[in-house]
Design a protein around this ligand. Structure first.
Ligand code: FES
Length: 174
């Protein structure tokens, strides 16, 4: 059973690498192509692990250090596996003074995750941001593209429960 699953995972991973190889083929000789390839590769894999960085460097015939340099320069590239959902808690001035810090502490406690980290179940990546334009109804938080306002620790638990429940329902359907 586990062997079957391993074989299946390996086949899936190979299919993803094949997609990236196709992207490299398409962009290789175009100016600025490395950023485009990295973007596409991150879309395909969800992040840019070291093995994938090496694959891209080999495919584009450039040093790995060049790939690493571009990845570390742009904040939208991630070398860590991201959660299914991204929580962005605002810690701009308005949100901070209206209780944002308490919400941050609650997120850490509820999800057992540090800032910049991803939960063990792969559901959430937790980040801090500075102002998301909802200062009038601080503290504010985003989960993916949804904005939640006047978030308190109690309200937070309700919000997280929605996403957790959704994940459980998906698990039942599989
Ligand atoms: S400071 Fe948090 S939304 Fe502006």
């Amino acid at each position: 059973m586990d062997n079957k699953r391993d074989a299946c995972c390996a086949a899936n991973e190979q299919a993803l690498y094949d997609q990236v190889a196709g992207v490299i083929e398409r962009y290789r000789d175009k100016p600025g192509s490395l950023i485009m390839v990295l973007h596409a590769a991150q879309e395909i894999f969800g992040y840019l692990p070291t093995k994938l960085q090496q694959f891209i460097a080999d495919g584009m015939d450039i040093p790995l250090s060049e790939v690493c340099g571009v990845i570390s320069f742009y904040s939208f590239f991630s070398t860590q596996k991201r959660g299914k959902h991204t929580i962005r808690m605002c810690q701009g001035t308005a949100c901070y003074v209206r209780g944002g810090k308490k919400v941050v502490d609650e997120i850490k406690k509820e999800l057992n995750v540090e800032v910049g980290g991803t939960t063990a179940d792969g559901q959430f990546t937790f980040e801090i941001v500075r102002c998301i334009g909802s200062c009038g109804l601080a503290p504010a938080m985003m989960v993916d593209d949804d904005v939640y306002k006047q978030v308190s620790p109690t309200k937070l638990r309700g919000i997280l429960a929605r996403y957790t429940q959704e994940a459980e329902e998906e698990g039942v359907q599989e």
